[in-house]
Design a protein around this ligand. Sequence first.
Ligand code: PLP
Length: 315
Amino acid sequence: MAIERSTIWPYDAAGEPGQFYYSRYDHPTGVAAEQELGRLEGGDALLYASGMGATTNVLLSFARTGATVALAEGAYFGTGKLLGLLAPWGIDHVEFDQAGAPPEADIVWVESPANPTLTLPNWAALREHPGLVVCDATVSTPVYLRALDEGADIVVHSATKFLTGHHNALLGATVSRDPHTARLRELRVNAGITASPDSADALLRGLETLETRMQRHTDSATEIAARLRAHPAVENVRYPGFSGLISFDVAEPRAVETSTKLIVNATSLGGVGSSMESRHRWEGDRIPTGLLRLSVGLEPVDEIWADLEQALAAA
Ligand code: PLP
């Protein structure tokens, strides 16, 4: 399907708008990508200009003044940062250990698995919770989690990561069922944070290979996690057993991250190429000082390991 970049489409002969009329509302490439992601997740998908755009849209659509949001500890630091910025609107937030039951709150925000602590939510406890349950499933992808079926009301993705998979698109998504989808759609359109056709096209491409890529990410990350656990310079290897994200602690994280050759020392995750960074520069003391976050790519696993081994030795 060709990317349709027009922002307008003519009205019909009677002067009425058809399915597409102005691209802030909907555009053909966006709708095609939303249908495919929605099919994989078992809900209705909406695309946004970034993952944080999706997160902002969920919070502004459902958190009213006086609301409390319970956020999983160790989840993506940008979500907590955004919640802090929303405090002047009277939106409060508390953090909780997502392995246990969430506290009383209007919205419970979990992340499966949390980036970078890689903890998992407790679905049995979440199903008992009366609040709106939102799950950021960026690292699971629908290959490993259909969060709506588990009990989430809304799924959020940074599609910038595994879903597109090539570090070539900034993109976010929500997946939900009505009545939530209608509210999300209305704010998205009026806030003006609809995804671009080019990013939507990157998602269509990425979804064609998603299952194959995720299987390979998992196979390689399982092997790398096992080898890291046996390495004397490494502590606290965190890996949930699926997807491509691992975190572990070393004494000198800067020295290790700057010594890799194949593994790119950069932020973000979920690309076909491996990347790694020390998260302390971004997250400060909410995570261990020595934590390195490794996104295991699709290169031959022995080449990834050889690079890690020499970087650990050089440090
Ligand atoms: N959620 C998770 C788990 C993330 O890792 C990120 C980005 O790193 C985001 C949300 C934000 O997504 P974006 O950078 O696409 O705005």
